[in-house]
Design a binder for this molecule. Sequence first.
Ligand SMILES: [Zn+2]
Length: 161
Amino acid sequence: MKKIRTGIGYDIHPLESGRKLVLGGVEIPFEKGLGGWSDADVLTHAVIDALLGAAALGDIGRHFPPGEAEFKDISSLAMLKKVKQMLKDNGWKAGNIDATVIAEKPKLMSYTDRMRENLGNTLGIGADCISVKASTTNGIGPVAQGEGIAALATALIEGEE
Ligand SMILES: [Zn+2]
């Protein structure tokens, strides 16, 4: 019998000068990038946490601890690929993902399809199973002040009983 589980993920990183802005594996031209130990791809991190959460396999910090040399500036898509394998080892595969990136700037709409392709290719599922939406905080709070970019994701995973 088929079984399904859902999970949620949330992440936020600070915007800093001298860093690349990478979201969903897409490098986006912008005056700042996200600070963090890996490439700080906040969208992919939220997706990873949603998938790990759905499988009750802990969180991203447990599997990819900041401070470990092997994860310094690593592409978060490489981390997502490891998570795909972790799911597989536990009898799961990703079903669908729905995510929202919350940023005041830059405008992300023209990049979201490439993000969906990257995430889908990494997880071995179609881009039609991945939704990436772009939102703002309507002028309120630190994200509106350009201090950082946040992301939310939900994931459904499927397995056999
Ligand atoms: Zn993160």
